[in-house]
Ligand binder design. Structure first.
Ligand code: GCO
Ligand code: MN
Ligand code: MN
Length: 387
Protein backbone atom coordinates (compact mmCIF):
# COMPACT_ATOMS: atom_id res chain seq x y z
CA UNK A 1 0.00 0.00 0.00
CA UNK A 2 1.16 3.46 -0.89
CA UNK A 3 1.32 4.81 2.67
CA UNK A 4 2.83 1.78 4.39
CA UNK A 5 6.07 2.46 6.26
CA UNK A 6 9.21 0.81 4.90
CA UNK A 7 12.72 0.62 6.35
CA UNK A 8 13.99 3.15 3.80
CA UNK A 9 11.70 5.79 5.36
CA UNK A 10 13.76 5.54 8.57
CA UNK A 11 10.79 5.93 10.93
CA UNK A 12 11.88 5.56 14.53
CA UNK A 13 10.19 5.89 17.93
CA UNK A 14 11.58 6.26 21.43
CA UNK A 15 10.78 3.55 23.97
CA UNK A 16 9.39 6.41 26.06
CA UNK A 17 6.92 7.44 23.33
CA UNK A 18 4.81 4.36 22.62
CA UNK A 19 5.79 3.22 26.10
CA UNK A 20 4.25 6.23 27.82
CA UNK A 21 1.60 4.98 30.25
CA UNK A 22 -0.22 8.31 29.95
CA UNK A 23 0.97 10.04 33.11
CA UNK A 24 0.51 13.83 33.25
CA UNK A 25 1.02 16.46 35.97
CA UNK A 26 -2.58 15.95 37.14
CA UNK A 27 -2.95 12.20 36.94
CA UNK A 28 -1.18 8.88 37.10
CA UNK A 29 -0.82 6.17 34.49
CA UNK A 30 -3.86 5.08 32.45
CA UNK A 31 -2.11 2.21 30.66
CA UNK A 32 -0.07 -0.65 32.06
CA UNK A 33 3.69 -0.36 31.63
CA UNK A 34 5.08 -2.53 28.82
CA UNK A 35 8.62 -3.90 28.96
CA UNK A 36 11.24 -2.73 26.43
CA UNK A 37 10.98 -6.12 24.70
CA UNK A 38 7.18 -5.81 24.40
CA UNK A 39 7.62 -2.31 23.00
CA UNK A 40 10.05 -3.56 20.35
CA UNK A 41 7.40 -6.06 19.22
CA UNK A 42 4.73 -3.37 19.22
CA UNK A 43 6.93 -1.13 17.05
CA UNK A 44 7.71 -3.99 14.70
CA UNK A 45 3.99 -4.71 14.38
CA UNK A 46 3.20 -1.15 13.29
CA UNK A 47 6.08 -1.09 10.81
CA UNK A 48 8.72 1.11 12.45
CA UNK A 49 12.33 0.89 11.34
CA UNK A 50 14.04 1.69 14.60
CA UNK A 51 13.76 2.21 18.32
CA UNK A 52 15.63 4.75 20.44
CA UNK A 53 15.96 4.94 24.21
CA UNK A 54 17.21 6.79 27.26
CA UNK A 55 19.60 4.66 29.33
CA UNK A 56 16.92 4.23 32.01
CA UNK A 57 14.10 3.38 29.59
CA UNK A 58 16.03 0.18 29.09
CA UNK A 59 18.09 -0.31 32.24
CA UNK A 60 16.63 0.96 35.54
CA UNK A 61 18.86 3.50 37.29
CA UNK A 62 19.50 1.10 40.20
CA UNK A 63 20.02 -2.11 38.20
CA UNK A 64 22.98 -4.30 39.16
CA UNK A 65 25.54 -5.16 36.43
CA UNK A 66 24.05 -8.65 36.24
CA UNK A 67 20.52 -7.28 35.78
CA UNK A 68 21.81 -4.84 33.16
CA UNK A 69 23.40 -7.60 31.11
CA UNK A 70 20.25 -9.73 31.19
CA UNK A 71 18.08 -6.77 30.10
CA UNK A 72 20.46 -5.84 27.29
CA UNK A 73 20.69 -9.39 25.99
CA UNK A 74 16.88 -9.81 26.02
CA UNK A 75 16.58 -6.49 24.18
CA UNK A 76 19.16 -7.53 21.58
CA UNK A 77 17.28 -10.76 21.02
CA UNK A 78 14.06 -8.82 20.39
CA UNK A 79 15.93 -6.57 17.93
CA UNK A 80 17.32 -9.60 16.10
CA UNK A 81 13.93 -11.26 15.92
CA UNK A 82 12.14 -8.17 14.62
CA UNK A 83 14.90 -6.59 12.51
CA UNK A 84 14.51 -3.27 14.34
CA UNK A 85 17.65 -1.14 14.70
CA UNK A 86 18.78 1.43 17.29
CA UNK A 87 19.92 4.53 15.40
CA UNK A 88 19.94 6.88 18.41
CA UNK A 89 20.38 6.78 22.16
CA UNK A 90 20.32 9.36 24.93
CA UNK A 91 20.67 9.85 28.67
CA UNK A 92 17.99 10.51 31.23
CA UNK A 93 19.44 13.51 33.06
CA UNK A 94 16.12 14.84 34.29
CA UNK A 95 14.02 12.27 36.21
CA UNK A 96 16.16 11.56 39.23
CA UNK A 97 15.97 14.09 42.12
CA UNK A 98 19.77 14.44 41.89
CA UNK A 99 19.17 16.44 38.70
CA UNK A 100 16.54 18.79 40.12
CA UNK A 101 18.85 21.79 39.55
CA UNK A 102 20.29 20.53 36.28
CA UNK A 103 22.88 17.94 35.30
CA UNK A 104 25.80 19.49 33.39
CA UNK A 105 24.72 22.94 34.63
CA UNK A 106 23.95 22.05 38.23
CA UNK A 107 25.52 24.38 40.76
CA UNK A 108 26.81 21.27 42.54
CA UNK A 109 30.12 19.95 41.15
CA UNK A 110 29.28 16.45 42.43
CA UNK A 111 26.07 16.42 40.41
CA UNK A 112 27.97 17.65 37.34
CA UNK A 113 30.52 14.84 37.76
CA UNK A 114 27.76 12.26 38.28
CA UNK A 115 26.02 13.50 35.12
CA UNK A 116 29.25 13.03 33.15
CA UNK A 117 29.75 9.53 34.51
CA UNK A 118 26.12 8.57 33.84
CA UNK A 119 26.41 9.86 30.28
CA UNK A 120 29.66 7.95 29.61
CA UNK A 121 27.92 4.74 30.70
CA UNK A 122 24.86 5.57 28.64
CA UNK A 123 27.02 6.29 25.58
CA UNK A 124 28.64 2.85 26.01
CA UNK A 125 25.18 1.28 26.17
CA UNK A 126 23.96 3.16 23.09
CA UNK A 127 27.04 2.25 21.07
CA UNK A 128 26.78 -1.39 22.16
CA UNK A 129 23.29 -1.46 20.64
CA UNK A 130 24.37 0.24 17.40
CA UNK A 131 23.52 3.93 17.93
CA UNK A 132 25.31 6.36 15.60
CA UNK A 133 23.64 9.51 16.93
CA UNK A 134 23.67 10.52 20.59
CA UNK A 135 21.08 13.08 21.68
CA UNK A 136 21.49 15.63 24.46
CA UNK A 137 18.26 17.14 25.70
CA UNK A 138 18.94 19.29 28.72
CA UNK A 139 15.57 18.86 30.39
CA UNK A 140 16.72 20.31 33.70
CA UNK A 141 19.43 22.63 32.40
CA UNK A 142 17.77 25.86 33.39
CA UNK A 143 16.34 27.89 36.25
CA UNK A 144 13.24 29.04 38.04
CA UNK A 145 15.09 31.97 39.55
CA UNK A 146 18.09 33.63 37.97
CA UNK A 147 19.30 34.55 41.45
CA UNK A 148 20.41 30.94 41.68
CA UNK A 149 22.79 30.62 38.79
CA UNK A 150 25.03 32.73 36.63
CA UNK A 151 24.16 31.98 33.00
CA UNK A 152 27.81 32.43 32.03
CA UNK A 153 28.82 29.71 34.50
CA UNK A 154 26.05 27.47 33.26
CA UNK A 155 27.18 27.98 29.65
CA UNK A 156 30.75 27.21 30.56
CA UNK A 157 29.80 24.05 32.48
CA UNK A 158 27.65 22.84 29.62
CA UNK A 159 30.48 23.48 27.15
CA UNK A 160 33.03 21.75 29.40
CA UNK A 161 30.77 18.70 29.67
CA UNK A 162 30.29 18.40 25.91
CA UNK A 163 34.00 18.86 25.27
CA UNK A 164 34.74 16.15 27.81
CA UNK A 165 32.21 13.75 26.26
CA UNK A 166 33.37 14.42 22.70
CA UNK A 167 36.89 13.54 23.79
CA UNK A 168 35.57 10.46 25.57
CA UNK A 169 33.79 9.22 22.40
CA UNK A 170 36.87 9.94 20.28
CA UNK A 171 39.15 8.20 22.77
CA UNK A 172 36.91 5.11 22.73
CA UNK A 173 37.04 5.09 18.93
CA UNK A 174 33.25 5.37 18.72
CA UNK A 175 31.62 6.27 15.41
CA UNK A 176 29.21 8.67 17.06
CA UNK A 177 27.80 12.14 16.47
CA UNK A 178 26.15 14.28 19.10
CA UNK A 179 22.84 16.07 18.48
CA UNK A 180 21.79 18.84 20.88
CA UNK A 181 18.06 19.30 21.37
CA UNK A 182 16.83 22.74 22.38
CA UNK A 183 13.59 23.43 24.23
CA UNK A 184 12.48 26.81 25.58
CA UNK A 185 10.91 25.67 28.87
CA UNK A 186 9.26 22.74 30.62
CA UNK A 187 10.07 21.13 32.95
CA UNK A 188 12.16 24.13 34.11
CA UNK A 189 10.72 27.61 33.96
CA UNK A 190 13.46 28.57 31.51
CA UNK A 191 15.90 26.22 29.82
CA UNK A 192 19.31 27.37 28.62
CA UNK A 193 19.98 27.45 24.86
CA UNK A 194 16.25 27.53 24.12
CA UNK A 195 16.09 27.46 20.32
CA UNK A 196 17.77 25.81 17.34
CA UNK A 197 19.47 29.11 16.56
CA UNK A 198 20.99 29.37 20.04
CA UNK A 199 22.24 25.77 19.86
CA UNK A 200 23.86 26.40 16.49
CA UNK A 201 25.66 29.43 17.90
CA UNK A 202 26.78 27.43 20.93
CA UNK A 203 28.12 24.51 18.84
CA UNK A 204 30.63 26.78 17.14
CA UNK A 205 32.21 27.43 20.57
CA UNK A 206 32.98 23.72 21.20
CA UNK A 207 36.33 21.96 20.82
CA UNK A 208 34.92 19.50 18.27
CA UNK A 209 32.15 21.39 16.47
CA UNK A 210 32.33 18.93 13.55
CA UNK A 211 31.05 16.17 15.82
CA UNK A 212 28.08 18.09 17.15
CA UNK A 213 24.82 19.03 15.45
CA UNK A 214 21.20 19.59 16.45
CA UNK A 215 18.05 17.56 17.05
CA UNK A 216 15.25 20.09 16.44
CA UNK A 217 11.75 19.21 17.64
CA UNK A 218 8.53 20.56 16.12
CA UNK A 219 6.87 21.10 19.50
CA UNK A 220 9.82 22.92 21.01
CA UNK A 221 10.03 25.65 18.36
CA UNK A 222 6.23 25.90 18.32
CA UNK A 223 6.18 26.37 22.10
CA UNK A 224 8.36 29.42 21.50
CA UNK A 225 6.02 30.59 18.72
CA UNK A 226 8.70 30.08 16.08
CA UNK A 227 8.63 28.77 12.53
CA UNK A 228 9.99 25.21 12.69
CA UNK A 229 10.71 24.98 8.98
CA UNK A 230 12.98 28.02 9.17
CA UNK A 231 14.89 26.53 12.12
CA UNK A 232 15.34 23.21 10.32
CA UNK A 233 16.47 24.99 7.16
CA UNK A 234 19.12 26.90 9.09
CA UNK A 235 20.35 23.66 10.70
CA UNK A 236 20.46 21.96 7.30
CA UNK A 237 22.28 24.90 5.73
CA UNK A 238 24.92 24.67 8.50
CA UNK A 239 25.36 20.92 7.90
CA UNK A 240 24.00 20.32 11.40
CA UNK A 241 20.72 18.48 10.93
CA UNK A 242 21.87 15.24 12.57
CA UNK A 243 18.45 14.11 13.80
CA UNK A 244 14.88 15.37 14.05
CA UNK A 245 12.05 14.94 16.58
CA UNK A 246 8.66 14.94 14.89
CA UNK A 247 5.40 15.57 16.74
CA UNK A 248 2.83 18.34 16.79
CA UNK A 249 2.01 21.25 19.05
CA UNK A 250 -0.23 24.31 19.06
CA UNK A 251 1.53 27.60 19.71
CA UNK A 252 1.24 28.96 23.22
CA UNK A 253 0.11 25.74 24.93
CA UNK A 254 1.65 23.27 27.37
CA UNK A 255 4.07 20.65 25.99
CA UNK A 256 1.57 18.62 23.97
CA UNK A 257 3.66 16.03 22.08
CA UNK A 258 0.79 15.22 19.72
CA UNK A 259 0.83 12.76 16.82
CA UNK A 260 2.80 14.15 13.89
CA UNK A 261 0.68 16.33 11.62
CA UNK A 262 -2.37 16.18 13.86
CA UNK A 263 -2.69 19.91 14.54
CA UNK A 264 -0.75 22.12 12.15
CA UNK A 265 -1.07 20.26 8.87
CA UNK A 266 0.29 23.06 6.72
CA UNK A 267 3.46 23.42 8.81
CA UNK A 268 3.92 19.65 8.74
CA UNK A 269 3.54 19.72 4.96
CA UNK A 270 6.25 22.36 4.46
CA UNK A 271 8.53 20.43 6.79
CA UNK A 272 8.09 17.09 5.01
CA UNK A 273 8.48 18.82 1.65
CA UNK A 274 11.72 20.40 2.85
CA UNK A 275 13.20 17.17 4.23
CA UNK A 276 12.33 15.28 1.05
CA UNK A 277 13.40 18.05 -1.36
CA UNK A 278 16.85 18.47 0.21
CA UNK A 279 17.35 14.70 0.55
CA UNK A 280 17.65 14.42 4.33
CA UNK A 281 18.74 10.83 5.02
CA UNK A 282 18.61 10.73 8.83
CA UNK A 283 15.98 9.18 11.08
CA UNK A 284 12.44 10.51 11.05
CA UNK A 285 12.06 10.11 14.79
CA UNK A 286 8.68 10.49 16.46
CA UNK A 287 8.95 12.04 19.89
CA UNK A 288 5.25 12.10 20.66
CA UNK A 289 2.65 10.44 22.85
CA UNK A 290 -0.76 8.91 22.24
CA UNK A 291 -3.67 10.76 23.84
CA UNK A 292 -4.19 9.84 27.47
CA UNK A 293 -7.63 8.55 26.49
CA UNK A 294 -6.13 5.55 24.69
CA UNK A 295 -5.39 1.91 25.44
CA UNK A 296 -2.59 0.13 23.54
CA UNK A 297 -4.76 -0.22 20.44
CA UNK A 298 -4.95 3.55 20.43
CA UNK A 299 -1.19 3.70 20.89
CA UNK A 300 -0.74 1.61 17.77
CA UNK A 301 -3.17 3.87 15.90
CA UNK A 302 -1.11 6.81 17.08
CA UNK A 303 2.18 5.30 15.86
CA UNK A 304 0.73 4.23 12.53
CA UNK A 305 -0.82 7.68 12.13
CA UNK A 306 2.53 9.46 12.65
CA UNK A 307 4.12 7.50 9.82
CA UNK A 308 1.11 7.46 7.52
CA UNK A 309 0.65 11.22 7.73
CA UNK A 310 4.34 11.71 6.91
CA UNK A 311 3.97 9.54 3.80
CA UNK A 312 0.77 11.25 2.72
CA UNK A 313 2.46 14.63 3.05
CA UNK A 314 5.45 13.30 1.12
CA UNK A 315 3.10 12.40 -1.71
CA UNK A 316 1.48 15.85 -1.47
CA UNK A 317 4.95 17.41 -1.74
CA UNK A 318 5.62 15.45 -4.93
CA UNK A 319 2.27 16.62 -6.23
CA UNK A 320 3.12 20.25 -5.36
CA UNK A 321 6.43 19.91 -7.21
CA UNK A 322 4.75 18.76 -10.41
CA UNK A 323 1.54 20.81 -10.27
CA UNK A 324 1.69 22.90 -13.47
CA UNK A 325 -0.22 25.90 -12.10
CA UNK A 326 1.78 26.02 -8.87
CA UNK A 327 5.04 25.66 -10.75
CA UNK A 328 4.04 28.35 -13.23
CA UNK A 329 3.27 30.74 -10.39
CA UNK A 330 6.59 29.95 -8.73
CA UNK A 331 8.45 30.51 -11.98
CA UNK A 332 6.73 33.88 -12.44
CA UNK A 333 7.50 34.88 -8.84
CA UNK A 334 11.18 34.09 -9.37
CA UNK A 335 11.42 35.59 -12.87
CA UNK A 336 14.89 36.97 -13.50
CA UNK A 337 15.79 39.07 -16.55
CA UNK A 338 19.49 38.58 -15.86
CA UNK A 339 20.18 42.31 -15.50
CA UNK A 340 21.84 41.84 -12.10
CA UNK A 341 23.71 38.61 -12.52
CA UNK A 342 26.92 40.61 -12.17
CA UNK A 343 26.13 40.99 -8.42
CA UNK A 344 26.44 37.23 -7.90
CA UNK A 345 30.22 37.51 -8.26
CA UNK A 346 30.26 39.48 -5.00
CA UNK A 347 31.67 42.87 -4.23
CA UNK A 348 34.20 44.65 -6.39
CA UNK A 349 34.78 48.37 -6.95
CA UNK A 350 33.62 47.97 -10.57
CA UNK A 351 30.44 46.21 -9.54
CA UNK A 352 29.72 48.87 -6.90
CA UNK A 353 30.24 51.61 -9.47
CA UNK A 354 27.91 49.88 -11.88
CA UNK A 355 25.27 49.39 -9.21
CA UNK A 356 25.50 53.04 -8.17
CA UNK A 357 24.93 54.05 -11.77
CA UNK A 358 21.66 52.14 -12.14
CA UNK A 359 18.18 53.65 -11.94
CA UNK A 360 15.42 51.63 -10.33
CA UNK A 361 11.71 52.23 -10.84
CA UNK A 362 10.95 51.94 -7.12
CA UNK A 363 7.26 52.68 -7.55
CA UNK A 364 6.83 49.96 -10.16
CA UNK A 365 8.73 47.50 -7.94
CA UNK A 366 6.33 48.20 -5.10
CA UNK A 367 3.23 48.08 -7.28
CA UNK A 368 3.70 44.57 -8.58
CA UNK A 369 1.25 42.00 -7.17
CA UNK A 370 2.93 38.77 -6.20
CA UNK A 371 0.07 36.30 -6.52
CA UNK A 372 0.86 34.66 -3.16
CA UNK A 373 -2.86 34.51 -2.35
CA UNK A 374 -3.44 32.31 -5.38
CA UNK A 375 -0.38 30.21 -4.58
CA UNK A 376 -1.40 29.71 -0.96
CA UNK A 377 -4.98 28.80 -1.91
CA UNK A 378 -3.67 26.23 -4.40
CA UNK A 379 -1.50 24.79 -1.63
CA UNK A 380 -4.48 24.59 0.72
CA UNK A 381 -6.62 22.93 -1.96
CA UNK A 382 -3.87 20.45 -2.67
CA UNK A 383 -3.71 19.60 1.03
CA UNK A 384 -7.49 19.36 1.29
CA UNK A 385 -7.44 16.79 -1.48
CA UNK A 386 -9.42 18.63 -4.15
CA UNK A 387 -6.36 19.17 -6.34
C1 GCO B 1 10.81 16.47 25.91
C2 GCO B 1 11.95 16.08 25.01
C3 GCO B 1 12.42 14.68 25.23
C4 GCO B 1 13.73 14.39 24.51
C5 GCO B 1 14.25 13.06 24.92
C6 GCO B 1 15.47 12.67 24.15
O1 GCO B 1 10.16 17.46 25.59
O2 GCO B 1 10.58 15.82 26.92
O3 GCO B 1 11.55 16.29 23.69
O4 GCO B 1 11.42 13.79 24.80
O5 GCO B 1 13.60 14.43 23.14
O6 GCO B 1 14.53 13.10 26.27
O7 GCO B 1 16.56 13.23 24.69
MN1 MN C 1 9.67 17.45 23.56
MN1 MN D 1 12.40 15.55 21.90
Amino acid sequence: MAYDPKPEHKFTFGLWTVGSPGRDPFGGPVRETLSPVELVYLLAEVGAYGVNFHDNDLVPIDATPKERNKIVSDFKKALDETGLVVPMATTNLFSDPAFKDGAFTSNDPNVRAYALQKTMNAIDLGVELGAKVYVFWGGREGTETDSSKNPLDAGKWFRDALNYLCDYAIDQGYDLKFALEPKPNEPRSDLYLPTVGSMLGFISTLDHPEMVGVNPEVAHEHMAGLNFLHAVAQAWDSGKLFHIDLNDQMFGRYDQDFRFGSVMIKQAFYLVKFLEDVGYTGSRHYDAHAFRTEDYNGVKEFARGCMRTYLILKEKAERFNRDPEIQELLAAIRADDGAHHYLAAGYSRESAERLRGETFDRVALGRRGLNYERLDQLTVELLLGVR
